[in-house]
Ligand binder design. Structure first.
Ligand SMILES: Nc1ncnc2c1ncn2[C@@H]1O[C@H](COP(=O)(O)OP(=O)(O)OP(=O)(O)O)[C@@H](O)[C@H]1O
Length: 360
């Protein structure tokens, strides 16, 4: 009998990676679980679930009878993901650390480590799919559109995709939970993780304030009228409605206020009234730090669609190359609250082509 292929699967203690590990074992792979510790927190931190997650991963590995190891990538995470996250916030942008974590940790540091463990492939419980067409690996959306995670994976390259399996990408979440329940996995009803992994459920302002100085200032309307005060520009994001502390104004009516811009030079937060205010709508954006899964930039035409944030309906668009690492994306319809620092991810139907980071 030929030797079994070895797969090292990232086990987070959640339902998705647990079922993914089980399916790989069913398919006859030699499966090894790997739990990553990416953040150093003391075990008494009320917001850090890493210890419980690890215990969950171990009990699942026990039930499906696979070995599990732990690896600590917190130094790599700090270096390659967290330092960039802080620099972006300090510059007034709203970064997406999960995108960088995938490119730098889950599919780089993890992949290198898995190779040392003799892996032929790595696997994760992401809702995404890979297929090979004429020798080129494509990233496809997960079958369950409401769970699709390809947005977070757009920075993967050919080598990473060639080495990766997504065992639950063809399933719907309800099917995944059903399998977990049938197997009586200890975490079958565990809540989905939310938010940025190292922040979790903790109060965001308090967390950021530990690392970055903040400077309070004015909130103004676009024509310079002072309508309130902010506690530091880094705490706000374009399109934000909650937490501005602006009540109804003398002449403003009842409509809610939204952040429409951050003026970093004057330390002013600009807010407008009404969800559909024209200052919140843009027909195009510019992006940099481009990366294309096939290795080639797509042609400039209108067959594409883009997401400027996760959980957004794909918006028909065209791409124009401005220079080697910059492009402009024009939308068929104006887009709401495009946010510098977030990623714009391009799709051709259900194939994720790649994308970049929004600059303006
Ligand atoms: N601490 C970790 N150790 C190992 N692998 C991880 C870890 N965190 C996430 N992963 C891997 O990345 C995948 C996607 O992570 P994400 O945080 O988006 O979790 P999820 O979609 O809630 O999945 P799950 O239910 O498996 O936690 C997971 O399914 C898992 O394979």
């Amino acid at each position: 009998m030929s030797k079994k292929h070895r797969v090292v699967i990232g086990m987070s203690g959640g339902v998705d990676s647990s079922v993914a590990a089980y399916l790989l074992k069913q398919q006859g792979y030699d499966v090894v679980g790997l739990f990553m510790k990416n953040w150093e927190d003391d075990d008494t931190d009320e917001y850090c679930s890493a210890r419980q997650d690890f215990l969950d991963a171990v009990s699942v590995a026990d039930v499906i009878d696979i070995p599990i190891e732990v690896v600590n990538f917190s130094a790599e995470y700090k270096d390659r993901v967290f330092s960039h996250f802080l620099a972006e916030y300090q510059a007034g942008r709203t970064p997406n650390p999960d995108v960088l974590c995938n490119a730098e940790i889950k599919f780089k540091a993890f992949l290198d480590y898995a190779h040392k463990l003799g892996a032929d492939y790595i696997a994760t419980g992401h809702y995404a799919q890979v297929r090979e067409v004429n020798g080129v690996f494509q990233l496809l959306k997960g079958e369950d559109g409401t769970k699709d995670q390809s947005y977070f994976l757009y920075r993967l390259n050919q080598t990473q995709l060639a080495n990766t399996l997504f065992p639950i990408g063809h399933l719907y979440k309800r099917e995944v939970r059903k399998i977990a329940k049938e197997l009586n996995l200890p975490n079958f009803s565990k809540k989905d993780s939310t938010g940025i992994c190292f922040i979790g459920e903790r109060p965001f302002r308090e967390f950021l304030n530990r690392y970055l100085p903040h400077e309070p200032g004015e909130i103004q309307t676009p024509d310079g009228k002072v309508i309130g005060h902010h506690v530091g520009l880094m705490y706000y994001t374009i399109g934000q409605r909650q937490g501005l502390g602006i009540g109804g104004t003398r002449d403003g009516g009842d409509e809610p206020w939204f952040v429409s811009a951050k003026d970093m030079t004057r330390n002013v937060l600009v807010a407008v009234q009404g969800h559909d205010h024209p200052d919140l709508l843009r027909p195009s954006l510019k992006a940099t730090d481009l990366t294309w899964i096939s290795g080639k930039q797509p042609h400039c035409n209108w067959v594409y669609a883009a997401k400027t944030r996760y959980r957004q309906v794909d918006a028909p668009c065209a791409i124009t190359e401005l220079s080697q690492n910059h492009c402009q994306i024009d939308f068929a319809q104006q887009q709401w609250a495009i946010t510098p620092g977030q990623s714009v991810v391009i799709y051709e139907s259900r194939v994720c082509l790649g994308g970049g980071v929004i600059t303006e």
